[in-house]
Design a protein around this ligand. Sequence first.
Ligand code: DX5
Ligand code: ZN
Length: 219
Amino acid sequence: MQQRTRIAPSILSADFAALGREVEAITAAGADVVHVDVMDGHFVPNITVGPMVVKALRKHTSLPFDVHLMISPVDPYIPAYVEAGADIVSLHPEAGAHPHRSIQLIKSLGKKAGMVLNPATSVAAVETVIGDIDLVLVMSVNPGFGGQSFIESQLTKIAALRRMIDATGRTIDLEVDGGINPDTAKKAVAAGADMLVAGTAVFSGGPQRYAANIKALRG
Ligand code: DX5
Ligand code: ZN
């Protein structure tokens, strides 16, 4: 069942020199979840933050941390991100030979596990593990950078995943990441998404704009 729309600001678009204050500002502005993009310069062509940064941010909010791992290999680092304070850990099926094992590892550490589908990755990649996961994340841009345009073809995939999730009868978040603005947010929610990642659209205009920016995404 589609849940209420939750907004997950991606701190990739925050002021990296003031990350603690930025996380406090989005918390005060009504964010539901904090989305942390972890990139290794290998799986994706950019490098961001390690577990130490996640740990340092943990004391700046009580919101859940939604950690999106764009790294390969992924398994060796999962425990460190969980220890640092991740509540949801998501990975790409292409990140390793045994994504089901990665999911089991996350679950064994008591956290929610998510599977991420790149724009060219089919829903089939999630079908065989749908009974084991808590979240599906649809990339509506190619991962690596903020500020890209929403890829409209992903709407069909979101709708297919909505049907797949509903057929399980379980509560599984359907999250969309990339190029989300008030217009694309509406389309993603209409297709069945219930969690929206937004970097540029939340952090533009500085902290005094964050509450209005988040509200605009709720539609
Ligand atoms: C891309 C990241 C996204 C990105 C979204 O690799 O996973 O979370 O920061 O940024 P916007 O909202 O600017 O497209
Ligand atoms: Zn992300």
